[in-house]
Write a protein that binds this ligand. Structure first.
Ligand code: ATR
Length: 267
């Protein structure tokens, strides 16, 4: 039996851009739950103490950049997607034990289906990035039939280590091969979050390629705009954000939120 949390927080850094408080609070209010979803902006050095304090408060919440992998290492118990992704974006406490889940996996899967307008299968995916978000993307793609993933990352050592964990369908790559071969290009880096940089120039991609940015911004990201200007189908991270948030809400309370209320609050 799920005991509802007494406090809800988003643990991360530089959270001013986050839309999570907006749509989670809209859903909480709609469900008549007397809680506010708050941001907790903390450095890595404060993570230990913060988690201990949250345990005593019977809190639950989300984790975002840059703490997803650190919180994974702190968990007493992991749900299967978090164990596979080696990253936690959703947590709660049961009898003082820290439980970690990863609803980015389901969030990415839902966003990709929306973009592709079909069940994903027989695709070459170009994945840019090799952090916690990239681990969640690979965990989702692992369930897609007959897909392979080319992974490119600024730090090659990190993409090699990530691909080794998903070696049956993922291999390290460079931007050039990825651009030449990918049917679906996914940005799982933080590029574009606080700047207007592109993870890869859309002009280099195949004319039939689709683009999925995990980064979101009000009015969509510059990369998504640039991809569309080249005639590519493109979607930013808002659908993934809402889906991961809806799945997290269900973990905390045992029933799903009203997704329409969540969507309306961020329009
Ligand atoms: P998350 O949990 O969101 O994945 P992360 O683990 O900090 O966050 O990973 C961030 C990703 O963005 C990494 O792939 C990182 O590349 P490195 O492994 O080389 O650090 C990538 N990234 C961040 N800033 C970048 C930049 N300016 N250019 C290219 N890649 C960048």
């Amino acid at each position: 039996m799920i005991k509802p949390p007494k406090r809800l927080v988003l643990v991360g850094r530089s959270l001013g851009h986050s839309l999570s408080p907006l749509f989670q609070n809209a859903a909480l209010q709609h469900a008549k739950l007397p809680l506010r979803y708050e941001t907790l902006d903390i450095p890595a050095s404060a993570l230990d103490d913060t988690l201990q304090e949250l345990a005593t408060e019977d809190a639950a919440g989300n984790v975002t950049v840059p703490h997803k992998q650190a919180v994974f290492s702190h968990c007493d118990r992991l749900m299967a997607p978090a164990a596979r992704a080696e990253a936690v974006n959703t947590f709660w406490f049961e009898r003082g034990e820290l439980i970690g889940d990863n609803t980015d996996v389901a969030g990415f899967d839902a966003a990709a289906r929306r973009l592709l307008e079909r069940t994903p299968a027989h695709l070459t995916v170009g994945l840019i990035g090799a952090g916690g978000a990239a681990g969640a993307v690979l965990t989702a793609i692992e369930a897609w039939p007959s897909c392979r993933v080319l992974v490119s990352n600024r730090t090659a050592q990190r993409s090699a280590a990530l691909c080794a964990r998903f070696s049956s369908f993922a291999q390290p790559s460079d931007a050039e091969s990825l651009a030449r071969e990918a049917d679906l290009v996914v940005n799982a880096t933080t590029v574009g979050l606080r700047d207007s940089e592109f993870p890869i120039d859309p002009a280099r991609l195949r004319p039939s390629a689709m683009v999925l940015d995990i980064v979101y911004r009000r009015g969509e990201t510059q990369w998504v705009h640039a991809a569309r200007a080249r005639g590519l189908r493109a979607m930013d991270g808002l659908a993934m954000l809402i889906e991961q948030g809806a799945a997290a809400f269900e973990r905390w309370f045992g029933f799903p939120p009203d997704r329409d209320v969540m969507w309306r609050s961020v329009q």
